[in-house]
Design a protein around this ligand. Structure first.
Ligand code: NDP
Length: 251
């Protein structure tokens, strides 16, 4: 395939829906060979078939990225299947409400595990092929909730603030070795993220926002990911805050 990412290999987590799925399509459309991961294997197989039907190459790797062994294996499998790893997009994520007082600690752990620890597992594993190559891109999908903490979404904000720290630390650690690290912070985007919210009233209000004209499409965010990873290698967008134009809330 031709395109600005021809010859490059990307691994995208959270690729069974939303931003991860759109990112896989966008990067494959630019010529990258893509490995796609999430728990819903049927969705991954359908996406892989769609990418292959358009002349691309795709590898579906189904499983739970909060399992450290699985998260490490998808990086290794991508590099061994395609022969290298150039781009890692950590888009697997979940949102959950939760307060500190009386908070459900299992919900806190689950949210932090998928939004923070899973990205640590895959980033850690990706360092092996990327350091050997002397190049690579890691894009971690945070959120405006990683800029502005709210009591209501305690576990979510906490996980995203942690992701900011991990991402910036990795940028300082790996930049001199030619590895670019980007923290991408989207505002409201029309995806399935709201489906995981337990409280029905809150779920409904987040759904309404996601499906209103005050949100972006997953393709909008995927275009930002594609922009970041196609810049000249000496340029690292280390942080990108991208919001619907109509979101005028101060951070
Ligand atoms: P989606 O719910 O559409 O996508 C989330 C993806 O993560 C799915 O592919 C899901 O697949 C995967 N996933 C969730 N848990 C696990 C797990 N344990 N193991 C493996 N994969 C998992 O939502 P978005 O696309 O919106 O979310 C992507 C990222 O964008 C998240 O980090 C989210 O926080 C962030 N974000 C989203 C915003 C929005 O408004 N939508 C705004 C700001 C940030 P499966 O269920 O098949 O495993």
């Amino acid at each position: 395939m031709t395109g600005s990412l021809a010859g490059k290999v990307a691994l995208i987590t959270g690729a069974s829906s939303g931003i991860g799925e759109a990112a896989a399509m966008a990067l494959a459309g630019l010529g990258a060979e893509v490995a796609i991961s999430a728990r819903r294997g049927d969705r991954l197989e359908a996406l892989a078939a769609q990418i292959e039907a358009s002349g691309g190459k795709a590898l579906a790797l189904a499983g739970d990225v909060t399992d450290e062994a699985f998260a490490t294996s998808i990086v290794e499998d991508t590099a061994s299947h395609f022969g290298r790893l150039d781009i890692l997009v950590n888009s697997a994520g979940a949102i959950q409400e939760g307060y500190v007082a009386g908070g459900d600690l299992e919900e806190w752990r689950r949210t932090i595990d998928v939004n923070l620890m899973a990205s640590l597992y895959t980033s850690r594993a990706a360092m092996v092929p990327m350091l050997a190559q002397g190049s690579g891109d890691i894009v971690n999908i945070s959120s405006t909730a990683g800029r502005r903490a709210t009591a209501l979404f305690g576990p979510y904000s906490t996980s995203k603030f942690g992701l900011t720290a991990m991402t910036e630390g990795l940028r300082q650690e790996a930049g001199a070795q030619g590895i670019r690290v980007c923290l991408l912070e989207p505002g409201a985007t029309d995806t399935e993220l709201w489906t995981g919210i337990t409280n029905p009233d809150l779920r409904d209000s987040v759904k309404q926002l996601a499906q209103s004209d005050r949100s972006m499409t997953p393709q909008d965010v995927a275009a930002a990911i594609a922009f970041v990873v196609t810049l000249p290698p000496n340029v690292n967008v280390s942080e990108m805050l991208i919001r619907p134009t109509t979101d005028v809330a101060p951070l």
